[in-house]
Design a protein around this ligand. Structure first.
Ligand code: SF4
Ligand code: SF4
Length: 229
């Protein structure tokens, strides 16, 4: 039985989704698999591309900031971490804040995007943020879970980034404003020591309120009118 379920729900009259977790052992990989399966098989409202019922050939979400996690980089870099950070990522440091994203080409599109076909040339290993983005309505708790996973994964990447230097023994920084990064700002996350998404449990990424909401039994296709916070 699936321990993470993507539940179709109606949000403001459009088909969107909620997340239900049925077991405290459920992992981030199970969450990714569930969302991927929903993307491939479910009929839902694609807000950015309402004419289609498939993401194939649509590149609209490959033209914006694409944050990456430590596990993403381990998956994509094939053991060449420093080289990958230098050549495929963009490290922006403003003061003590470090932001690491996929680097974009001169047209502000992801470097993995095959421009002629509008498809991802790295689909199997694409970052978590790509694997879990659906341009349809989602409940607040579904969005919050995704945000918590991405934020923790990004922070763990920054922690690893501190250990790598360029040829001149300087931090690898592509762009910055008065950069003064400090590793003490980045505490270990549940991703510490993990090398794959199936080693990280969802429960460790959630506060008690979010976990409680995710594990509530959901009714399929219930009418949801989300309150604006
Ligand atoms: S999720 Fe991305 S690729 Fe899919 S329809 Fe929406 S914008 Fe296009
Ligand atoms: S990695 Fe692939 S899916 Fe993700 S933004 Fe780049 S081209 Fe798009």
């Amino acid at each position: 039985m699936d321990r993470v379920k993507v539940i179709p729900v109606l949000i403001d009259g459009k088909i969107g989704y909620d997340i239900e977790v049925t077991d405290p052992g459920a992992t981030v990989q199970e969450y990714i698999d569930a969302v991927n399966n929903f993307i491939d098989t479910a009929k839902y409202c694609r807000i950015r591309n309402p004419e289609t019922d498939s993401c194939f050939g649509c590149d609209l979400c490959c033209q914006e900031r694409i944050p990456v996690t430590l596990i993403d980089v381990l998956n994509m870099s094939e053991g060449k971490f420093r080289q990958f950070v230098c050549e495929m990522l963009h490290v922006y440091v403003e003061g003590r804040v470090v932001d690491i994203t996929m680097s974009l080409d001169e047209l502000e599109r992801c470097r993995y995007l095959d421009n002629s076909l509008g498809i991802c040339s790295n689909y199997r290993k694409r970052p978590l943020v790509c694997q879990t983005f659906i341009c349809c309505p989602a409940t607040r708790n579904a969005n919050k879970l995704r945000e918590e996973i991405i934020n923790a994964g990004e922070d763990e990447l920054v922690r690893k980034w501190f250990k790598f230097r360029d040829k001149n023994n300087n931090p690898i920084i592509h762009e910055g404003i008065l950069p003064a990064p400090d590793i003490r700002d980045y505490c270990p996350t549940p991703f510490a020591g993990a090398v794959s998404y199936d080693q990280v449990k969802l429960i460790d990424l959630c506060n008690s309120r979010l976990w409680h909401k995710l594990t509530e039994k959901k009714r399929v296709f219930r009418e949801i009118v989300e309150k604006k916070s």
